[in-house]
Design a binder for this molecule. Sequence first.
Ligand SMILES: [Zn+2]
Length: 190
Amino acid sequence: MPVPYAEPVDEQQDGERGLALPWADGTFPPGTLSARRAVWHDLMGLALHEATHALASDDVPVGALVVSPDGRLLGVGRNRREETGDPTAHAEVLALRQAAASWGRWRLEGCTLVVTLEPCVMCAGALVAARVDRLVVGAWDPKAGATGSVWDLVRDQRSLHAVEVVGGVREDECAAVLQEFFAARRGTAG
Ligand SMILES: [Zn+2]
């Protein structure tokens, strides 16, 4: 059975893995609060764009991406449960897999994961397992969120690794994408 993960790109040097993103002052994330907010805003825009691709397979539109410690785009993912029939094919898991494959290692220390919807229990566990340092969240999930809403696995003192959480980035836009999806679904269900 083929392994569904991308192979690491061996010819790249460690510092050159992933896709360079145009940061204004060359540091990631920028030191000032306003500059950081602008970066989270832009990255969430990429995650939102990825989320909309899930609509083609009637998957719940959630998008995620992983940025390396030096601000390079290492992985992108969208919810593909319906498309693949895989219960673990959440946006965050797929973005983490791609990031690990492109960096050539499973430890994603110093990395930031950006996602349009608060991670579930599985994805929060994956963030801890991958040693991701920062999570940027769009909309909160009061029913199943596991990074602050229902549970908080990434800041639980018993967790092996703590993750900084930046919440509410483009929250209204991220929530609207989901609300439109579920409203349309209710419409077709009659
Ligand atoms: Zn999840």
